[in-house]
Design a protein around this ligand. Structure first.
Ligand SMILES: [Ca+2]
Length: 271
C-alpha cells in the first residue's frame, strides 16, 4: 500500500485551513491513484463538474485517493462524526436489471491508526460504500448513459456502508441490510443487528480521524469495467464543503503543452 502514502504526500497547492469551500481538479496521471490510472474523458462531465470525467481503464483496479488536506487544505482534519455528507457521480452503459451484479465505482474511507491496540490493520477502520447495495437501486433511479449521483445521506441513491472486518467469521463484503453512515455516527455499532453475517462485538467509528478516502474499482472485476466517475463532494457538519472535479487533459495539441510544462499545473485548486 505504499503508493497511497506516496500519493498523499504529493499534495496540491494548499489553501488556508478553514476555507469554507474549496475545489480540487484531478487529471489522470496526477499521482493521486494507487495502482493504475483511470482514463480521462473529454466533453462528458457530471452536472456542475467541468467538461471532463474519468473512465475506468477496463483492465486493472484504480483507487483515486483523497486526504483531508487535499480536500480542505494544509493542516485540515475531520472525524467520521464531522461528515455531513459525501456524494459522487457515476455514469454507466448498463442498468441495474442487466444480468450480473451492478458493479460501479465505490467509496472507501480509511481512518488513522491510534496507539491503543484497537486498529484493524495498517489502518484503524475501513468502511465501504458500494452503489449496488443502495436501497434505491432500480432502472428508474440509475438509468443507463446518464449521470447518477450517489450520496451517504438520505437523499436519492443513498449508500449503505459496510466494514468487511466485522464479519462473524471471516470478512463480509457488504449485505443488502447494512446500515447507513448516520448509524455509525450514532455510537458503537453492533453489526449483528443489521445482518447475522456480522459480529455482535460493538465497533466504534464516530471519533476516528479520517486518514484518507478513495473512489475505487474492485481488483476482482476491474477487467472489462468501463464506468465513468466525476464530482466528489464532501460536506462537513461545520459547513465546510470540498469538491474534487475529475477532468481529462484536453485536445492533443494542448496535451503537448501540458507535457512541456511538466504537468506542474495539472492539479489546481480553485477556491
Ligand atoms: Ca469533471
Amino acid at each position: 500500500m505504499m503508493n497511497i502514502s506516496q500519493a498523499l504526500l504529493i499534495g496540491p497547492i494548499a489553501v488556508a485551513a478553514g476555507t469554507a469551500s474549496a475545489q480540487t481538479v484531478y487529471y489522470p496521471g496526477d499521482g493521486i491513484t494507487d495502482t493504475t490510472d483511470p482514463i480521462g474523458v473529454f466533453g462528458d462531465a457530471a452536472p456542475g463538474f467541468g467538461t471532463g470525467s474519468f473512465q475506468a481503464n477496463g483492465a486493472t483496479k484504480t483507487a483515486i485517493n483523497m486526504s483531508p488536506e487535499i480536500l480542505f487544505g494544509s493542516g485540515a482534519s475531520f472525524t467520521i462524526d464531522d461528515i455531513a455528507n459525501i456524494s459522487f457521480w457515476t455514469k454507466q452503459t448498463v442498468l441495474p436489471s442487466d444480468p450480473g451484479t451492478y458493479l460501479n465505482w465505490y467509496l472507501e474511507i480509511y481512518t488513522a491508526t491510534e496507539a491503543d491496540g484497537q486498529d484493524d490493520s495498517w489502518y484503524r477502520k475501513r468502511i465501504n460504500f458500494e452503489p449496488y447495495f443502495s436501497p434505491d437501486l432500480s432502472d428508474a433511479n440509475q438509468p443507463a448513459n446518464s449521470w447518477v449521483q450517489w450520496s451517504t445521506d438520505a437523499s436519492a441513491n443513498q449508500l449503505r456502508v459496510f466494514d468487511a472486518n466485522r464479519g462473524a467469521s471471516g470478512s463480509v463484503f457488504g449485505t443488502y441490510t447494512d446500515p447507513f453512515l448516520t448509524d455509525l455516527q450514532a455510537g458503537p455499532v453492533n453489526w449483528s443487528t443489521f445482518n447475522a453475517a456480522y459480529s455482535s462485538t460493538p465497533a466504534t467509528y464516530e471519533t476516528d480521524s479520517v486518514w484518507f478516502m478513495a473512489i475505487s474499482t474492485g481488483s476482482g472485476w476491474a477487467s472489462g469495467f468501463d464506468g465513468q466517475v466525476d464530482g466528489v463532494t464532501v460536506t462537513l457538519t461545520n459547513g465546510q464543503i470540498a469538491t474534487i472535479d475529475f477532468e481529462a487533459i484536453p485536445a492533443p495539441g494542448a496535451a503537448s503543452l501540458f507535457a512541456l510544462a511538466g504537468l506542474a499545473v495539472s492539479r489546481r485548486r480553485r477556491s
